[in-house]
Design a protein around this ligand. Structure first.
Ligand SMILES: Nc1ncnc2c1ncn2[C@@H]1O[C@H](COP(=O)(O)OP(=O)(O)OP(=O)(O)O)[C@@H](O)[C@H]1O
Length: 278
């Protein structure tokens, strides 16, 4: 199966500091990938490089076989990869409708003021309604984002990225700050939304190992800027040394997926890094 997204021997340095060291990975159609690692391991840097926000110091990042190093989020979204915006934190006074409209307007290339055109732009209104339905947010459309529950805020963040109609979506801790009881409901809604919206692969950065164990097809663990492991959850959580290196805790109890309950993202082995220095 050909890779949707691939990093080949990527290095990223901040001055003399090597934040990413020869990272190679590939994400195939249908995969749900979790990127994990301790604080400072390089997860955010990797995500910024994978989403074209940062240009690698060396190496190559390809989306659909084309180099996307440093192309920026707008161009990347146009090509089919989107990232959770966290618009809710940036614009808490916007309503849910306005938040989704900003993303839809960007996809539909409405370069003028998206708020002005809200009332009369049928295509934007249709996109907003469609995405609000997928994320169970229709009854909240006219509420301010700041008035939503923490779980709904997280859903709105992801929904904004969905409004860009991506093939691949990248989300950062989609349930952080959400109560333990609500986390699984959000993850399941998110995965169901992916299926409905035709998203072909999901990458999440996640610290919560219960969620990582339950939903990932594959786990990519970073340590000190290098890929420490690239494994299916079954293999990953069997290795206490690996888990200790990544989170410094004991492994969570793996909850097996029952048949038909799978995330519908099939696993594929990806290459582990070679040993070339940056
Ligand atoms: N702009 C920068 N300039 C210099 N050093 C940086 C910069 N951004 C990140 N770093 C360093 O690069 C390393 C990796 O940082 P990064 O934020 O990618 O890690 P992380 O795994 O996302 O950490 P966390 O889980 O704490 O968010 C850290 O040592 C950090 O201090």
């Amino acid at each position: 199966m050909s890779a949707l997204l691939a990093a080949q021997s990527v290095c990223k340095s901040y001055g003399a500091f090597h934040a990413l060291k020869n990272v190679s990975l590939s994400i195939a159609d249908g995969e749900f990938i979790s990127i994990v690692g301790p604080n400072g391991a390089g997860k955010s840097t990797l995500v910024n490089v994978l989403t074209g926000l940062l240009k690698p110091t060396s190496g190559r990042v390809e989306f659909h076989g084309t180099d996307i190093g440093g192309i920026g989020p707008v161009e990347l979204a146009r090509r089919g990869m989107a990232r959770g915006f966290q618009l809710v934190n940036i614009f808490p006074a916007l309503t849910v409708r306005e938040t989704l409209a900003v993303a839809a307007a960007s996809r539909l290339k409405r370069i003028g003021n998206p708020f002005r055109s809200l009332g009369r732009d049928r295509e934007i209104n249709q996109a907003v309604a469609e995405i609000a339905d997928i994320f169970n947010l229709r009854h909240r459309l006219d509420q301010q984002a700041s008035a939503l529950s923490q779980g709904e805020k997280k859903l709105l963040d992801v929904a904004s990225a969905f409004a860009l109609k991506p093939e691949l979506i990248l989300i950062d801790e989609p349930t952080s700050g959400v109560s333990t009881g609500d986390k699984h409901a959000i993850m399941e809604l998110l995965i169901a939304a992916c299926r409905k919206a035709g998203v072909r692969a999901i990458i999440q950065v996640e610290h919560d190992m219960d969620l990582v164990a339950r939903y990932s097809d594959r786990i990519i663990a970073l340590q000190a800027g290098a890929v420490l492991a690239d494994e299916k959850p079954e293999a990953f959580f069997k290795d206490p040394a690996l888990i200790a290196a990544v989170v410094g805790t004991r492994p969570p109890q793996m909850k097996a997926k029952s048949p038909g309950e799978a995330t519908a993202f099939s696993a594929q082995t990806a290459p582990i890094n070679g040993s070339v220095a940056c």
